[in-house]
Design a protein around this ligand. Structure first.
Ligand code: F3S
Length: 279
């Protein structure tokens, strides 16, 4: 039985950077360090950091002053930085630089009188954070249908940004519609290619192997998207850890492909590879 790994699998640049920065800080301040929201959507990885001393809270109000706070790669609103400063909390900012760039585009254009439009999911932490750089005034568009229910005024100026992980075709369709409705509008394609690249690699590999294993959280949307893509081509096993793999499931395959969601740590991927290769 042979395992072939997708060209791009697991942590993207931003998550890898954030997890490394967070680990270094947890090692230094294990008694008084907090994460504002789960550091990553992977419960095995979160447990590893929590065993080391990291405490996860949902609200900054739950972090005592003079402690350390990790901001995860999704980023947060401007208000969180102000509150941290007022409470004398040391900020460990692991916001992905691509997300940070969106914050500055939004802040600068908002200050110049532009109305901000975010193409993305209003409940996603990244979008909640972005909206917090224009006083929570952004118009958030998730799909083409939303365009029918939002109020736009062609005498106003608009500035558009995108959640980094949205689909490019969706972005293009919405941009086209907005261009028809509005005169003074700036578009910023802030989509990050990491998601697309990982999906293309999964598709390519699915065409070469007998079955696919997709490693990642059951609640991780990018992992579930990879599962969906692979299933179109070959039998696909979606697992969080190698404990969920049964020898029976795999014994009829000789070449097995493997990919992993953006929040799956390397050590979990390695465990799965070792397990399959040992069969
Ligand atoms: Fe950053 Fe792109 Fe990953 S925005 S967190 S490198 S998906």
């Amino acid at each position: 039985m042979k395992v072939k790994i997708a060209k791009n699998a697991g942590f993207c640049f931003g998550v890898k950077r954030a997890m490394k920065m967070a680990w270094d800080e947890v090692e230094q301040h294990s008694d008084n360090i907090y994460a504002l929201g789960p550091i990553i959507h992977n419960k095995q990885a979160v447990s590893k950091y929590e065993e080391k001393g990291l405490k996860t809270v949902e609200e900054i109000e739950n972090i005592p002053s003079q402690n350390h706070m990790i901001i995860r790669s999704h980023g947060v609103s401007e208000e969180i930085y102000t509150t941290a400063k007022n409470k004398d909390i040391n900020v460990v900012d692991t916001t992905c630089p691509f997300v940070k760039k969106i914050h500055y585009i939004v802040r600068d254009n908002y200050n110049q009188g532009y109305n901000i439009i975010v193409i993305g999911d209003k409940n996603h932490p990244e979008v909640i954070g972005i909206n917090g750089w224009c006083n929570n005034s952004a118009i958030i568009i998730k799909n083409i249908e939303d365009l029918n229910s939002i109020e736009l005024d062609s005498s106003y100026k608009y500035c558009v940004v995108a959640q980094t992980t949205i689909n490019l075709d969706l972005y293009k369709n919405i941009v086209e519609q907005l261009s028809l409705k509005l005169n003074d509008i700036i578009f910023n394609n802030t989509i990050c290619s990491a998601t697309k690249v990982r999906q293309e690699a999964a598709k390519e590999l699915s065409n070469e192997v007998d079955c696919m294993i997709v490693v990642g959280g059951k609640h991780s949307s990018n992992t579930q998207k990879l599962v969906q893509i692979c299933k179109e081509y070959v039998p696909t096993f979606a697992i969080e850890t190698c404990d969920e793999l049964a020898i029976e499931d795999l014994k009829s395959y000789s070449l097995i492909g493997l990919t992993a969601g953006a929040s799956t740590p390397d050590w979990i991927i390695k465990e799965v590879i070792d397990f399959v290769e040992s069969l």
